[in-house]
Design a protein around this ligand. Structure first.
Ligand code: BTN
Length: 249
């Protein structure tokens, strides 16, 4: 199935699109829109970012050729329910890649999207007063820097360049569909957790200054990761950096 037919198959994309050739960060632009009194429903897309941001205060390299988008939502839920929107975004990326017949798409807790074990996309969610800003960075056509051996791109896995506007439409369409599922009261946690390659594996968790080794047992209803430490004690993580232990199965 082509990207365009996939985009057409899905219901009309309802997002208000704001396209920028260049921006510091689409997350920062979202904050500016919110401060200016703009309501939810914006999808801010940039061709490149000069100060792209990732989770845990990392930089997100943002050359032309990839997809950089921030969505402004106003979740009609208490704050505790908001993490599922970031999971929804990761799921939307994964399901968009499935439809492109990309093999080996999985998620790494919390919301990295991997292809054959390499990171192809990341999700950054930030609450800004009553709003939730979900940023998605997807490596598409730009060359992957050699100093990032654990990263990959759509061009690398498919063997050809991908049309960015069609890809964006397909992704926004998937997001629409998943938001409808949430509106209908469906929980996406199970669908998301089923794709988490982290579960059941021996992991190393970096949380602030602490490094913890244990087995990633399960996720809670609000998306936190439960890790069983040696000795059986369980610890719950809401934000951390998780890597699979080398040699774990
Ligand atoms: C991660 O660390 O994995 C999350 C990366 C999120 C990057 C995206 S690109 C669009 C949006 N704007 C940013 O500055 N960051 C997010």
């Amino acid at each position: 199935m082509t990207l365009l037919s996939e985009a057409r198959r899905q219901r009309r994309v309802a997002w208000k699109l704001r396209h920028l050739d260049q921006v510091d960060s689409t997350q920062a632009e979202a904050r500016r829109l919110i401060a200016a009194g703009e309501a939810e429903g914006w999808a801010i897309v940039a061709a490149q970012q000069s100060a792209g941001r990732g989770r845990l205060s990392r930089a997100w390299l943002s050359p032309p050729g990839n997809l950089y988008v921030s969505l402004i939502l106003r979740p009609p839920l208490p704050l505790a329910g908001w993490p599922q929107f970031a999971s929804m975004a990761a799921l939307a990326v994964a399901e968009t890649l499935d439809r492109l017949q990309v093999a080996g798409v999985a998620l790494k807790w919390p919301n990295d999207v991997l292809v054959a074990g390499r990171k192809i996309a990341g999700v950054l969610s930030e609450s800004v007063s009553d709003y939730l800003v979900i940023g998605i960075g997807l490596n598409v056509n730009a060359d992957v820097p050699p100093d990032l051996p654990d990263a990959t791109s759509l061009k690398l896995v498919l063997g050809h360049a991908v049309d960015l506007p069609s890809l964006l439409q397909a992704l926004l369409g998937r997001l629409d569909n998943l938001l409808e599922d949430l509106d209908r009261g469906e929980s996406l946690t199970e669908r998301w957790a089923a794709r988490l390659q982290t579960l059941g594996r021996s992991v190393r968790v970096q949380s602030g200054e602490r490094t913890i080794v244990g087995v990633a047992e399960r996720v809670t209803a609000d998306g936190a990761l439960v890790v069983r430490l040696t000795g059986g004690v369980e610890e719950v993580f809401h934000a951390a950096d998780v890597t699979l232990n080398p040699g774990s199965v």
